[in-house]
Design a protein around this ligand. Sequence first.
Ligand code: PLP
Length: 325
Amino acid sequence: MVISHSSSGPGESAYNTFSSRYAGVELPRYRMPENSIPKETAYQMITDELMLDGNPRLDLASFVTTWMEPECDKLIMDSINKNYVDMDEYPVTTELQNRCVNMIAHLFNAPINEDEKAIGVSTVGSSEAIMLAGLAFKRKWANKRKEEGKPYDKPNIVTGANVQVCWEKFARYFEVELKEVKLTEGYYVMDPLKAVEMVDENTICVAAILGSTLTGEYEDVKLLNDLLVEKNKETGWNVPIHVDAASGGFIAPFLHPELEWDFRLPLVKSINVSGHKYGLVYPGVGWVVWRSKDDLPEELIFHINYLGTDQPTFTLNFSKEVQAR
Ligand SMILES: Cc1ncc(COP(=O)(O)O)c(C=O)c1O
């Protein structure tokens, strides 16, 4: 048992954590206590309470193993006091984030030249990445409808019924109708044929999953792309595809490099991926990358300058601590 000693203030004598008068006082659960307690006692009490959590090293039931190399721990702790939204103060951290975005865009075969920068951003996880990608589709669709003088108050998105809850969140939070392709006995991912049948002029995008949350299966993005190309040709619409590669984005390029699911397919305009779905990473980190600049409406990018020079941001949160990004 840890016995720590401290003096609680100038002139007060040293005390022992568990036998001190501070440890004998019951602290209110939902209100701030009237009086302060020494930091050592506070630390001990919180640590003791956290002992009731499970042990992450024994947690093989959730979808991640949260162990990282000691060098990663060290890097994280070395940088944890940087709030990297301040790109002027932490330009190297910003540069590292940009390098990750570019590496991922190249990994996903984005059509960018060697001297061109990829368009994307790191996020808290795939959920934030999906909110951002969905917003970009909604805005692009609405802008086009406005130009054509058509109504733009009933956007919808087509997905399989197997989508992760973040798509339902996106739909509810950002007022987009979620049109789900029903799963059938023995077929537990989105059927591209049925998905394309459900597409209409108000569809902002079809979301395909590479690595279904339920089974890990890849949806057939190539077939979806080909069917949608045909439908767009027939109707004059321009319905794009988003690939939710939260789980498969760092698997498919290495294990199935010949599989066409990414920016090699012309209708795939954005892709999200999680960094923490494979173990050896603490939750959570994600990225969203766009095919090109044209796929991210400029008006969604905020330019802030109160921390120094112009800093373009497109994230839901402002402040962000540096982790393994
Ligand atoms: C296919 C898919 N998309 C999105 C998410 C959400 O990812 P995150 O936990 O990184 O927000 C998950 C998480 O399980 C997922 O499996």
